[in-house]
Unconditional design. Structure first.
Length: 265
């Protein structure tokens, strides 16, 4: 059977076309609406978080400013304390030739040979200038006593005795913390003087030689307390060693187009 062109066109028009069910269109609309609402909600949620972060940062900056101000105040207090201490105390430092066990043991023997004599001699000192005069008058005795101890241990190290101002880092001494700074010090240097040192406060006498207890006697503390103000002495007891700052962790970020739209970037 022959079909002309007009009839063919009519047949094609009458062919049923495929159509999505209305239910599918409705589901697509609902999914699109839900996804849009989700994105909008995330954006507003992010904005609220950013607002909270800004508030937290502002609070953190206020705390930082407070701690910075507090640190500056502590630094000033530490400097004032050091200035007060430097006018009232004389430190004793016995410096070993090296850090070998033998040289460190010799350092302690030299300390033991001079410490009792120095403490007894300084009992009558009423001020730092008095203590300086007493120590200078006994300089030769200190040197000779140290040399005898060294020779007794079959060593030929030289000994250098000096009483002068030296800079020292912060030091913990029993339950007292001495801030860094320049202090008057009687230094007994053995040989090359390249080893660890032993130290104490020689005037007023706070020296202890029992390293296992490392406790300053209350009677000795009382002597120091008499020379300092109540505020300075309280600061001497309350100072603590700073803790090291933690290393910052790397900040890793992930980016996407949707994330940028949500965050408004």
């Amino acid at each position: 059977m022959n079909i002309n062109s007009s009839e063919k066109r009519w047949i094609l028009l009458e062919q049923p076309r495929f159509q999505f069910p209305k239910r599918i269109w409705l589901l697509l609309f609902l999914y699109s609406l839900s996804f849009t609402l989700l994105l909008v909600g995330l954006r507003y949620f992010h904005a609220d978080n950013e607002s909270q972060k800004a508030t937290a940062i502002k609070s953190s900056r206020s705390k930082y400013a407070f701690h910075h101000e507090s640190n500056e105040k502590n630094a000033v207090n530490s400097s004032n304390l050091q200035n007060s201490l430097s006018r009232e105390i004389i430190r004793l430092h016995v410096i070993a030739n090296s850090d070998t066990n033998a040289d460190q043991a010799l350092k302690y023997e030299v300390r033991d040979s001079i410490i009792t004599h120095l403490q007894n001699a300084l009992e009558q000192a009423g001020s730092l200038p008095d203590a300086e005069r007493i120590l200078l008058a006994r300089k030769a005795y200190i040197e000779e006593t140290a040399k005898k101890t060294i020779r007794k241990n079959n060593c030929d190290y030289t000994v250098s005795i000096s009483l002068d101002d030296r800079y020292f880092p912060a030091k913990q001494y029993g339950d007292l913390t001495f801030p860094p700074g320049t202090y008057r010090a009687l230094c007994v240097e053995i040989g090359k003087a390249e080893g660890r040192n032993w130290w104490c406060v020689l005037f007023p006498c706070l020296c202890f030689v029992d390293e296992t207890t490392a406790v300053v006697p209350d009677s000795s503390k009382h002597k120091l307390q008499e020379e300092l103000s109540a505020e300075d002495y309280g600061e001497l007891l309350s100072q603590s060693t700073p803790t090291p700052t933690a290393t910052a962790k790397p900040n890793v970020r992930f980016r996407s187009g949707i994330y940028d739209w949500i965050t408004g970037r």
